[in-house]
Design a protein around this ligand. Structure first.
Ligand SMILES: [Zn+2]
Length: 467
């Protein structure tokens, strides 16, 4: 049996009691946590490899409940447009991705998440229809290779979308069944599959009902963008030809429930929040992306008061230009306080729970990950407190939420394996991934006819460049 003892750090467990152990110990046996607590609880003659975490916080790896790594090459393109125009601008670039480019994009995205301390990530993947290329295989392969815990949430479009992306419901069902058979539960349960429509107007009621039936049959989650903005609800009314709101539509078609993740949720009426709460539906919040687009943000307090589970997300790297969940925590607090005009609206402790155990629960993964408790998989990170912006840290939880950032994460472990130590990735040659990603991004940009931004300052080789 392989044993690792992480000692001398401040251990933030995120367990139900919220225990924090000063100079605590975490014992990892193979892929699981065997002990979390004070040193006195350990046998004296323990045979284990030691990891000194003095000056560091040891906490559960963060859970990024929603991103689009498939769009990572669109980072910094069209940063001053509205959401739907931005999507139109990104589509040609996505059409230009072949399997090689998709693998490079997904690998880049996985290591960006790991280096920000996100040990679990949900990749909401959408891609053009193809008989020869399987973008999902690229996404799963990147997760398998990098060691991150990952869910591919396959988004689909059955009508009213870029024609290259549209599939019939039968084609979608076949794709989901095939992916489920090949990938769901692979890598000792580290990989998983979920699915859902990309946008509510890319299908109709019968297709929503069919999606629910398939998710129930396969025992996997539905993962969907919901009521992202007022415009969303206006488009839904037009598309469905009646005054129905997004959550009402999902309720009518059976698409709410404890196995459903509603992403965005910025324009909900009070009755919709009640429907989410009554059905046990979870929400996923990406406050910095909402602010980035200027589309308004959810008030958050009504979700908390209704007892709805809230996960946090970065959304795609092209949508807010980063994958830092520490930002999401900070902005969640800031937007909740602003919306409620109340500084108590969301505190750092709850924001940390949303980024860890509550996020894991939203994904149905809380038995495996999200807190440091004996018996769970060993998914953890360490954060270096000995830095100017983290001194003094009189109160640890606010320090992590309001002062820390993703680059403060020093080490990351998933399933008992160190994937990053001292900010160096252990499985992956980071320089090679970055070089490959730049090469593939350049190729995709050239093949897409998307205009290169005028003020680009450097070529991949680092020489000044201006067109
Ligand atoms: Zn999204």
């Amino acid at each position: 049996m392989k044993r690792i003892l992480i000692e001398n750090g401040v251990v933030l467990t995120m367990n139900q009691a919220g225990d924090i152990h000063e100079r605590g110990c975490v014992l990892v046996e193979d892929s699981r946590l065997a002990y979390v607590g004070p040193r006195e609880g350990l046998p004296r003659d323990l045979d284990a490899r030691r990891h000194d975490a003095a000056g560091h916080v040891v906490m559960p790896g963060l859970v990024n409940c929603h991103t689009h790594l498939c769009m990572i090459f669109g980072r910094t393109l069209a940063t001053n447009t509205d959401l739907l125009s931005w999507l139109d601008l990104q589509m040609p670039l996505m059409r230009a991705l072949d399997a090689e480019a998709m693998l490079a994009a997904q690998t880049l995205g996985c290591i960006e998440n790991l280096k920000n301390g996100n040990t679990t990530v949900v990749e909401n993947l959408f891609a053009p229809r193809s008989d020869s290329v399987s973008p999902e295989d690229s996404a799963f392969a990147a997760m398998e290779n990098t060691g991150i815990r990952g869910v591919v949430a396959r988004a689909f479009e059955a009508m009213r979308f870029d024609p290259a992306f549209v599939e019939t419901p039968a084609q979608q069902a076949q794709r989901i069944r095939s992916l489920h058979a090949r990938w769901h539960g692979r890598a000792q349960g580290r990989l998983g599959l979920s699915f859902g429509p990309l946008l509510p107007w890319t299908l109709d009621e019968s297709m929503l009902r069919a999606s629910r039936a398939l998710a129930t049959e396969l025992g996997i989650c539905l993962h969907m963008h919901v009521a992202e903005s007022r415009e969303f609800n206006r488009i839904i009314e037009r598309h469905y030809g009646r005054p129905v709101r997004n959550v009402e539509l999902l309720h009518e078609t059976g698409c709410l429930g404890p196995d459903v993740q509603a992403v965005g949720v910025s324009d909900l009426a009070p009755n919709e929040i009640t429907l989410l709460a009554e059905t046990g539906t979870s929400v996923v919040l990406d406050p910095q992306t909402r602010l980035f687009w200027g589309t308004g943000f959810p008030a958050l307090t009504p979700f908390l008061e209704a007892g709805i589970h809230c996960g946090l997300a970065t959304n795609g790297p092209a949508a807010n230009c980063g994958q830092d969940l520490f930002e999401s925590m900070k902005y969640a607090c800031a937007t909740a306080k602003t919306a409620a005009a109340d500084p108590h609206a969301l505190d750092a402790r709850r924001a940390l729970r949303m980024a860890t155990i509550e996020g894991a629960r939203v994904l149905g993964l809380d038995r495996r990950t999200g807190s440091l408790e004996a018996g769970k998989q060993a998914d953890l990170i360490t954060i270096d407190l000995r830095q100017p912006h983290l001194v003094p840290a009189f109160d640890l939880e606010p320090a992590l939420v309001f002062s820390a950032r993703g680059t403060d994460v020093r080490d990351a472990m998933v399933d008992g394996e160190w994937l990053m130590r001292g900010r160096r990735l252990t499985r992956i040659d980071e320089a090679a991934v970055l070089a490959r990603a730049e090469e593939m991004a350049e190729r995709a940009l050239a093949g897409s006819q998307v205009r290169r931004p005028r003020h680009r300052t450097l070529t991949p080789q680092g020489t000044p460049h201006d067109d």
